[in-house]
Design a protein around this ligand. Structure first.
Ligand SMILES: Nc1ncnc2c1ncn2[C@@H]1O[C@H](COP(=O)(O)OP(=O)(O)O)[C@@H](O)[C@H]1O
Ligand SMILES: [Mg+2]
Length: 452
């Protein structure tokens, strides 16, 4: 009934009243009895009002509801529904509007999901991305790009690329991508803490009619790759240098022998000894290089067995004891009965490399002590010496290939500069760790931990 007093209904009510008054005037001419006239008019009034209410409830009200629901849908509220009994043609309209709303809601959900996935992918790629339209305006930059070049996304988006990107190589990449309409690749360096190497690829974007619509710029941080390349070059240069020294020496002394020194028994013995020593150095260098390259092979696998530490120490004892004796070093080797799972030959190599270092870098009458014990998770191997020690600034570098604190001393001991690099590699592939503590002229202690 309340809706009866709403605006549209009011007009109909006024219309009905006017109709009743007109009917009243007409009937007044034929009916003299006022009571009869009044009851006729009242009956007419009631019938008309009932018809009006029926029309209103059946047609006008549902259309109002439909309009309201549509308004909500237009505003983007896809959860709006029309509530109406599903009978007659208005019922059909109601269920169609609701189906439309459901479809829109699903569609917008999918669109939202896709947009979220798209932005997750864009923002989490490990390369910087910039999207530029055909006029040169930036439409999108991702998180990685911002972390590479600083500022915030809003400082790039909406601006011309040459106003916000200062690098000349970037400008040239964009220009050439637009000019040649194909992928363009360039690289440049920038200072970002250290030197950063960046490769940039510009790729044109075409619409379905093959008209250029813009370009995507992809920025790759290739600093690590460059570092590896430099390391590889350094390694080749180092190896060549290390090989050259003994070979030059062997060649020189054999030439001297051939030139006549052979006749003098003293020189002959002396030079042959040098040739022998140098070829031994060459041999250990090649052996160490082969060990390293075997360790580095990606498919190289550890031969895991139960390593009994006492047994391993018994095995290396004769060689190490003899070596220590030659260098006049007091050697002590302590170990309780321990075993753990590891690659036996490689662990043996770790023991030998650490012990020979300790003996090599400890002056005569010094002490070298090996002890092995265990913690909850690890087997700990400690090699302690009272030797020359390692200066603090060299500590981070001693595991690098060919790094020696004192080149001449290392060479005299027959060292290749690869011993600790091999140790580090072996420990890494076993997922262990190394701790080193050293003081110049006091001694060094190296702790190696292998997981049990
Ligand atoms: N116990 C130690 N005491 C002093 N210096 C050491 C010790 N172990 C290693 N070093 C230093 O670390 C360098 C690298 O060791 P390593 O890789 O075994 O090569 P090297 O063939 O020279 O022994 C050595 O040249 C030496 O300067
Ligand atoms: Mg060594």
């Amino acid at each position: 009934m309340k809706s009866l007093f709403k605006k549209p209904i009011n007009y109909y009510a006024i219309g009905i009243t006017i109709l009743i008054i007109i009917t009243g005037f007409v009937l007044l001419q034929v009916i003299d009895n006022y009571i009869v006239l009044a009851s006729v008019l009242l009956t007419e009034y009631i019938i008309l009002i009932m018809i009006l209410l029926h029309v209103f409830d059946t047609y006008i009200k549902p259309i109002q509801k439909a309009t309201k629901t549509m308004d909500e849908l237009v505003k983007g509220n896809f959860r709006a529904r029309m509530h109406h009994p599903i009978t007659g043609s208005i019922g059909e309209l109601s269920s169609k509007i609701n189906a439309l709303a459901r479809n829109l809601s699903e569609l917008s959900f999918h669109e939202q999901m896709q947009a979220e996935q798209f932005s997750t992918v864009i923002n989490n790629t490990q390369s910087g991305l910039v999207l530029i339209d055909e006029k040169g305006y930036i439409h999108l930059v991702n998180r990685k790009f911002v972390s590479m070049f600083g500022k915030a996304q809003k400082d790039y988006v909406g601006y011309l690329y040459y106003d916000v990107l200062s690098n000349e190589k970037v400008h040239r990449t964009v220009q050439e991508t637009f000019l040649y309409e194909k992928n363009v690749k360039k690289s440049f360096t920038k200072m970002n803490g250290g030197r950063q190497y960046i490769e940039i690829v510009g790729a044109p974007i075409f619409n379905e009619r093959n008209i250029l619509k813009g370009a995507v710029l992809v920025f790759y941080d290739i600093t690590e790759l460059k570092k590896l390349e430099v390391m590889r070059k350094d390694f080749v240069a180092n190896v060549s240098h290390e090989l050259k020294t003994p070979i030059t020496s062997i060649k020189g002394f054999s030439e001297t022998l051939l030139d006549g020194a052979m006749e003098d028994p003293e020189s002959r013995k002396h030079f042959t000894q040098i040739i022998y020593d140098e070829s031994k150095r060459l041999q250990s260098l090649i052996e160490d290089l082969l060990t390293l390259s075997r360790l580095e092979k990606e498919d190289s696998q550890l031969t895991l067995t139960e390593v009994n530490v006492s047994q391993l120490i018994e095995e290396i004892k004769p060689i190490i004891e003899q070596y220590a004796e030659q260098h006049h070093i007091n050697l002590s080797m302590k170990c309780s009965d321990l075993s753990f799972t590891a690659d036996y030959d490689r662990v043996k190599q770790v023991f030998i490399n650490l012990l020979t270092n300790a003996i090599n870098y400890t002056p005569a009458n010094g002490n070298v002590a090996l002890s092995v014990d265990e913690t909850d998770e690890n087997i700990r191997i400690e090699v302690r010496d009272t030797g020359i020690g390692i200066p603090e600034e060299s500590l981070p570098r001693i595991f690098e290939r060919f790094y020696r604190v004192d080149k001449a001393r290392s060479r005299n001991t027959g060292g290749t500069g690869l011993g600790l690099a091999i140790v580090k590699h072996i420990v890494d592939v076993h997922e262990g760790k190394i701790e080193i503590d050293s003081e110049v002229n006091k001694g060094t202690s190296i702790n190696v931990y292998f997981p049990k």
